[in-house]
Design a protein around this ligand. Structure first.
Ligand SMILES: Nc1nc2c(c(=O)[nH]1)N[C@H]1C(S)=C(S)[C@@H](COP(=O)(O)OP(=O)(O)OC[C@H]3O[C@@H](n4cnc5c(=O)[nH]c(N)nc54)[C@H](O)[C@@H]3O)O[C@H]1N2
Ligand SMILES: Nc1nc2c(c(=O)[nH]1)N[C@H]1C(S)=C(S)[C@@H](COP(=O)(O)OP(=O)(O)OC[C@H]3O[C@@H](n4cnc5c(=O)[nH]c(N)nc54)[C@H](O)[C@@H]3O)O[C@H]1N2
Ligand code: SF4
Ligand SMILES: [Mo]
Length: 753
């Protein structure tokens, strides 16, 4: 049974990017050994969704892995093994591939749910120990288009350049393709308060979701047409003389070309492309332009498209043309998704990236990070393939894979094909907390600790770095991901540089990030323990206030009075692990170590581009990779339901959540249901050029008649990703999860059984 601490440990939810604060109190009578208790935390103000409330159930040994598994030659099955055997086997598998086919034949796949320390460790492991360029992660499926658009327009990618608390005080929010009410329920309050304060909410979603129901105006475009929609709104802004010429002149570049792109998208054309009427377009422009302040927020709807980067760029153009960026209570933001969706994209598990959001192709960045790692910059590989391209190359020139924190058998586009690629590997190792569908295919499965059993930091959707604390002792057979990296590194000949203490890893991450765009060098575990998180950039030395991330790396090295440095070497558990006295009520009696307050709001004085100006991007609308035709006449879009999380490995193991969302379904309009002859609840077969899925019909007027929706949380015959199209955005390499063409058939009764 679990050993517990004496009083509630203040920590954060294991799931989404809101990273709600919660307390964990020992409760030996409960499955998992901990009870979730309320904790005052500014982001969620005590509120939690059902997933967060029930998260401790996944700690139970009944549902999770508690010993390593190795596939034996004799039975072909996964059988229990010792840690020594499992780690030896992985080291052997990876080194054999490397010896026979070179370092780039070994792939690494990470996840945006991994803590900053793990993401950092994984990227370093790939580059320093394996010497491979072939590393990427599931965040590529999540927010990479918004990240790319951010970089292009603002020179920096932090999902939200302002805290959530600014939302209720702005005048109008256009929320594009976010079903916040289901995907981040406690955050819905910010929108409710916006409206209570007299602000307006416009929701853009092909479905009338619970979120859209809250809106003053709901625009329901055809999936895949947000780019045209944003251009049409900008066209009207120009035509109605609502541009902010002073702002455009002083703080932006590239307006003339962007303007020309918008002028080619006159309202009637946009109505034809999107299905949103001209009066609705005009109303949206009126609501958006009337108040002094306004925001555009996007999520996966417009981003998970093969033109996601341009689509987000078009929304940013609208924000810039109306002067709604780089000043308080206004701006563009992306609502990142995974628990560490922000931090996970900053510290080097991305194919083209080094820690601190540095570029792998930048010689200065390579020199800096190689210095921290104690290696020759020349030894660092160059950029590798993006997530889908990496998965697609498995069994081809990538022969072995180490996977941590993702379940692509369920979550990758064109999943049956990717499942086949995974099966064709010479060697697959998976570290997970449960036996996921991907772990089931592995040669070696490592059972690792989870959120409440280990300490680490995450960075939430606001760019707020948080301390997620250990609250309970893990079961005897599991180890941390950091232990896995440490042990594998040692077996592959790198004895030093992969500590198992998360705080030690974070101390190195601070130095590696110092001076980079995502500068964490002024953040310490101690600060995180006493503050409600710290927004990056936070350089070690107090900056002059522009938040420009100009901290010197030497600042950290040359800080003898830095208490963190003095304490280095002490076992972390004594300060942070689960010392009840210290952690009770979040009171940790240490002084702060850095004067820099962190940067809740970016771009107020200048944008992070070379000339300080935001860049308009010239964009024009283009079709989805696969448009409906006679054979596949219906549009499929995919997404989430409130009670399940991602590929479902964790939430499908919680009874209460399964009762609320027991399985896949196909949401369709009564007109479409009638046309194919299915009633609500009857099985329907959905066919795309990639494959076939079967699930019960959910007939509802809340969706467009030309579109069906499937959640992607389940494996098996109801797996939505059997159907999805792997077309990639040319800039971000984000797959087109939100649009493909399908045909619907009534499932024959025999088949349905
Ligand atoms: N319950 C729950 N919450 C979660 C998660 C989860 O799995 N379950 N996952 C977390 C993660 S990683 C993420 S990324 C976020 C995602 O959070 P969201 O982006 O809110 O989630 P989705 O359901 O993928 O997509 C949002 C909406 O986009 C709409 N949509 C579909 N196609 C289009 C289109 O072409 N244009 C527009 N404008 N809208 C479209 C869908 O109808 C859907 O309502 O949620 C996080 N929170
Ligand atoms: N059709 C369709 N497909 C989609 C999407 C969509 O909207 N539509 N959305 C995409 C998006 S936005 C995302 S983010 C992806 C997510 O899809 P996945 O990448 O599959 O994400 P998860 O299901 O969260 O998988 C995380 C796995 O890691 C395990 N895990 C959790 N914490 C840890 C840890 O600390 N260490 C280790 N080693 N393992 C851990 C979990 O148990 C789980 O098995 O799906 C994408 N796929
Ligand atoms: S909204 Fe997200 S972070 Fe908050 S409790 Fe739910 S899953 Fe956890
Ligand atoms: Mo995501």
């Amino acid at each position: 049974m679990h050993k517990t601490t004496a009083s509630p440990t203040p920590t954060h939810c294991p799931y989404c990017a809101l990273q709600c604060g919660m307390g964990l109190a020992p409760d030996p009578g409960r499955d998992g050994g901990l009870a979730v208790v309320e904790r005052a935390f500014p982001v969620n103000r005590g509120a939690l969704c059902g997933k967060g409330r029930t998260a401790t159930e996944v700690l139970s040994s009944r549902v999770r892995l508690t010993e390593p598994l190795i596939r034996t030659h004799a039975t072909g099955k996964l059988e229990p093994a010792t840690w020594e055997e499992a780690l030896d086997r992985i080291a052997e598998g990876l080194s054999r591939t490397r010896a026979e086919h070179g370092p780039d034949a070994v792939g690494v796949f990470g996840g945006g749910g991994l803590t900053n320390e793990k993401a950092y460790g994984l990227g370093k492991f790939a580059r320093v120990v394996l010497g491979t360029s072939q590393i990427d992660y599931n965040g590529r499926f999540c927010m990479s288009s918004a990240a790319a658009a951010h970089q292009r327009a603002f020179g920096l990618d932090r999902g939200l350049p302002f805290p959530l608390e600014d939302i209720p005080r702005t005048g109008c929010v256009i929320l594009v393709g976010s079903n916040l009410a289901e995907t981040m329920p406690p955050a819905l309050r910010y929108l409710t308060e916006l409206r209570e304060n007299g602000g307006r909410l416009i929701v853009v979603d092909p479905r009338r979701t619970r979120t859209a129901e809250q809106a003053d105006l709901h625009l329901a475009p055809r999936p895949g047409t947000d780019l045209a929609l944003a251009l049409g709104l900008l066209h009207l802004v120009v035509a109605e003389g609502r541009t902010d010429e002073a702002f455009i002149g002083e703080r932006t570049s590239g307006w003339e070309e962007a303007r020309a792109g918008a002028m080619a998208h006159w309202p009637e054309l946009v109505e034809r492309i999107t299905g949103v009427s001209v009066p609705e377009l005009r109303e949206a422009v009126r609501l958006f332009c009337a108040p002094e302040h306004a925001m555009v927020l996007t999520a996966r709807g417009p981003e998970q498209q093969s033109k996601g980067t341009d689509t987000v760029g078009a929304w940013i153009n609208l924000v810039l043309a109306t002067g709604r960026a780089g000043r308080p209570l206004s701006g563009y933001g992306c609502l990142t998704g995974q628990g560490n969706g922000q931090g996970g994209r900053e510290h080097g598990q991305k194919a083209d990236q080094l820690p601190g959001y540095r570029k792998l192709t930048d010689p200065a960045a390579r020199a800096h990070v190689a210095g921290v790692w104690g290696v020759d910059p020349e030894s660092l590989p160059g950029p590798g393939r993006s997530a889908y391209e990496l998965l697609d190359a498995l069994g081809g020139d990538v022969k072995s894979l180490l996977l941590m924190g993702s379940n692509p058998v369920v979550s990758a586009p064109r999943a049956a094909h990717i499942e086949g690629r995974l099966r064709s590997l010479d060697f697959l190792a998976v570290a997970d907390v449960v036996l996921s569908e991907t772990a089931e295919l592995a040669d070696v499965v490592l059972p690792v600790t989870q959120w409440a059993e280990e300490t680490g930091t995450t960075t939430n959707l606001e760019g707020r770095v948080l301390l997620r604390r250990r609250a309970i002792t893990p079961p005897a057979g599991v180890r941390t991901d950091l232990f896995v990296l440490h042990e594998l590194a040692a077996r592959l000949g790198v004895e030093k540089g992969f500590p198992t203490d998360p705080e030690e890893v974070f101390e190195e991450l601070r130095r590696a990030s110092a001076g980079g765009p995502a500068d964490y060098s002024g953040i310490t575990y101690r600060r995180l323990a006493e503050e409600d998180g710290v927004f990056w950039p936070c350089p070690a030395e107090a900056a002059s206030g522009d938040g420009g991330g100009d901290g010197e790396d030497s600042a950290l090295d040359a800080a003898p009075d830095d208490p963190a440095a003095e304490l280095a070497g002490e076992p972390s558990a004594e300060r942070l692990g689960n010392s009840a006295a210290e952690l009770a009520g979040g009171r940790v009696e240490f002084a702060s170590t850095s004067a820099h307050p962190g940067t809740p709001r970016l771009f107020l004085d200048r944008f992070a581009t070379e000339d300080g100006r935001a860049r308009f991007v010239p964009v024009t609308h283009r079709a989805a990779a696969e448009e409906p035709d006679a054979e596949y006449p219906v549009l499929l879009t995919t997404g989430r339901v409130v009670a399940q999380y991602q590929s479902g490995t964790q939430t499908r193991r919680v009874a209460e959540l399964n009762a609320a969302a027991p399985g896949p379904f196909v949401e369709l309009h009564p007109q479409l249901a009638e046309r194919i002859g299915v009633a609500d609840g009857e099985e329907v077969t959905v066919v795309s050029r990639r494959g076939t899925a079967v699930a019960p019909a959910k007939v509802t007027r809340s969706i467009r008649p030309d579109t069906v929706f499937m959640p992607f949380h389940w494996a098996g015959e109801g797996r939505a990703n059997t159907l999805t199209h792997p077309a990639l955005d040319p800039v971000s390499r984000m797959p087109e999860f939100k649009v493909c063409a399908v045909r619907l058939e009534r499932t024959a009764p025999a088949e349905a059984a």
